[in-house]
Ligand binder design. Sequence first.
Ligand code: TXA
Ligand code: MG
Length: 357
Amino acid sequence: MKTVIKKVDLKNIEACKDDLDEAGRIIREGGLVAFPTETVYGLGGNAFDKCASSKIYNAKGRPSDNPLIVHIADFKDIEKVAEDISTKAKKIMERFWPGPVTLIFKKKKEVPYETTGGLDTVAVRMPSHPVAMRFIKSAGVPIAAPSANTSGRPSPTTAQHVAEDMNGKIDMIIDGGQVDIGLESTIVDMTDKVPVILRPGYITKEMLEREIGKVEVDRVVLAKSKKELGGDNYVPKAPGMKYRHYAPKAELIMFQGNDEKVAAEINKRSYESIRQGKAVGIICTDETRSLYRYGVVISVGSREDEKTIAHNLYGVLRDFDMENVDYIYSEAFYDTGLGQAIMNRLIKAAGYHVEKV
Ligand code: TXA
Ligand code: MG
């Protein structure tokens, strides 16, 4: 299959109307289109079409028990896919939609089990990216979309990343440049009395609690080791959280401690690895970059502004894949606010290999 790439001018989206309408037509006819959202690129298909959902699993090489997020562009479309929408859920939607938070509800029977990975619940989100909005509207149906990466690779934050993984497997890629946030949406399960965060993201627990009171965090999110997770047999509520996501090709090890000690340990490990003929990549920050002496050193952003770290993280992991390094040694980050999402992704990329120094 030939994958067409269409570039959209974000300053003048209407000038690309024909391409976005064409993308919408592909969706209605059962095809797949990758598109930018404010979090990461999504790989979209008609959420009501079980064949389209199967095609998504195939293109990603994703296990079919891992449900897809349904994207809508109009508040009233929630009624088409979900039931039992609580007052708390409505408050979150009013405050944060369109935006980077996904809510889980009981599904409407029209949503096929192929889309929800066999579950009776459905994850729904209204993205704020203007291209995503325009594309969903032109499709005229809710769009099921996981992140547009091959299963197990970091989520794509540019159209180039999508093309690396999906070229020849899908009908179209809409290129809207680099996305803004860079980490996937916060997922909140609204099916219990107290909402539970299943995946941390840009919208933090504190931001949600300001709107609706108590919110819990699933223990899979807080686990710092496989043991805390409950071993290999623990079944998390978000099926996707059990897979080794966001994995770079190299072995990633994270070091936690004060800046100087971390840098000293990483310098020592890098020196040893390089002497053994291995290639080493280092993930540091603008503030600590000058402390490193060996290997390919990349600053992921500034500790003063964690948004920059979220924005660049997946791109840096992909850069190290290109560099073909054997080891990636990374600094750790604070586990609060947006840092919780950053650490959640990095810990999983490291397969829980974190060393305290
Ligand atoms: O920011 C995002 O959410 C991006 C963009 C494209 O919207 N999408 C995304 O989708 O990250 P994906 O498929 O890569 O991750 C969806 C996660 C998986 O961990 C999946 O298990 C979980 O959401 N999920 C989906 N439906 C669920 C449900 N009904 N119950 C529990 N977890 C669910
Ligand atoms: Mg994903």
